[in-house]
Design a protein around this ligand. Structure first.
Ligand code: SF4
Ligand code: SF4
Length: 112
């Protein structure tokens, strides 16, 4: 790389906004996620009609029926394929933009 070109790159970088965020020291500073990002499952229990189609389509056995004719999700096993989202006739399931799904107790990742 020629010296002039290198200097131009250095000067440009000096005045650009950093592309990294200080996530470790400032967790509130988040990287914006793409519109179609597949994050933690979100379940609208009120919209769910208990048809159980989501259970039949899930390849990972994440979803189980509850006694109230609703469903629950063991997110630990989810591979975020989105099949349950697509098949739900009531749009009761969504893949959110939430990517922080590390917990101390895995029971916290059961959604119902
Ligand atoms: S996203 Fe895929 S793996 Fe996760 S619960 Fe839905 S169907 Fe199952
Ligand atoms: S497919 Fe949708 S409406 Fe049917 S049980 Fe699953 S979440 Fe409920």
């Amino acid at each position: 790389m020629k010296l002039g070109c290198m200097l131009r790159n250095v000067l440009r970088a000096l005045f650009q906004r950093p592309v990294t965020v200080q996530y470790l020291t400032k967790p509130e500073e988040r990287v914006p996620v793409p519109e179609r990002f597949r994050g933690k499952l979100a379940y609208d229990r009120d919209a769910c009609i208990g048809c159980l189609l989501c259970i039949r389509t899930c390849p990972s056995g994440v979803i189980t029926a509850t006694v109230e004719k609703k469903v629950k999700f063991d997110v630990v096993r989810c591979m975020f394929c989105g099949q349950c989202v697509e098949i739900c006739p009531k749009n009761a399931i969504a893949l959110s933009s939430e990517f922080e799904i590390v917990v101390d107790n895995k029971e916290e990742l059961v959604i119902q």
